[in-house]
Design a protein around this ligand. Structure first.
Ligand code: G3P
Length: 218
């Protein structure tokens, strides 16, 4: 299972990269705005900076919602670095853009997936990744993980190469359950990744080991 970090914060991306478990980065316009990044040149420069930190795929989202705009933006983003994955929203022109980029061998991530039908359509159009937003489904009392299960079955039935990128991950149990279901990738905040390493018995056990060692060596 690949681990992506869902942020545009360079310090957090570096921290996750330094941990040695990072396979990529996802961003979106809200995350870029949160870091105060605005203006086309600054946005492109920020993506270059992210690509310098990480080894794997970096999803960069288009703002346009029409086909021509998505193609123009996506081509400019893809030209930045071979790690760039063009992130495209699940709208009608987005499906056409997925097919366009797929035919050109440019990687894509279809975002804002909230149903199995949307995921199937994106896979048919040749998306490299589909991003079902599990946390936002949970937020409206709908089972986000059930959507991951459903997409997993459909993709396996037909051998789609499209990878399931579980997005809107909020906590460590989301990550564990996505891993059990067989999501190919999860993207979440640094806090959810770091929460995986915590267990009170580990802390208690380590404190006892160190105390016993200190006693024996005093
Ligand atoms: O990047 C897309 C997705 O991961 C957003 O997550 O927490 O804003 O629902 P969230």
């Amino acid at each position: 299972m690949k681990f992506f970090i869902d942020t545009a914060n360079l310090a957090q991306i570096k921290e996750a990269q330094d941990l040695g478990v990072l396979d990529g980065v996802t961003t979106n316009p809200s995350l870029m705005a949160k870091e105060g990044i605005s203006g086309e040149e600054n946005v492109l420069a920020h993506y270059r900076a992210i690509c310098e930190i990480v080894d794997g795929d970096v999803s960069a989202e288009v703002i346009s919602t029409d086909f021509e705009g998505m193609v123009r933006e996506g081509e400019a983003l893809a030209a930045l670095d071979e790690k760039i994955v063009v992130k495209i929203p699940m709208v009608k022109d987005g499906v056409k853009a997925l097919k366009y980029f797929s035919d050109k061998g440019i990687k894509t991530n279809c975002t804002l997936i909230f149903s199995a039908g949307q995921a199937l359509l994106a896979a048919k159009a040749g998306a490299t990744y589909v991003s079902p937003f599990i946390g936002r489904l949970d937020d409206i009392s709908t089972d986000g993980l059930a959507l991951i299960e459903s997409i997993r079955v459909i993709f396996d039935n037909y051998g789609f190469d499209t990878e399931i990128l579980a997005a809107s991950v909020r906590h460590p149990m989301h990550i564990i359950e996505c891993a059990q279901i067989g999501a190919d990738v999860m993207t979440g905040p640094l806090s959810a990744i770091e929460a995986l390493l915590k267990h009170p018995l580990t802390d208690i056990g380590l404190a006892k080991f160190l105390a016993d060692h200190a006693k024996a060596n005093s």
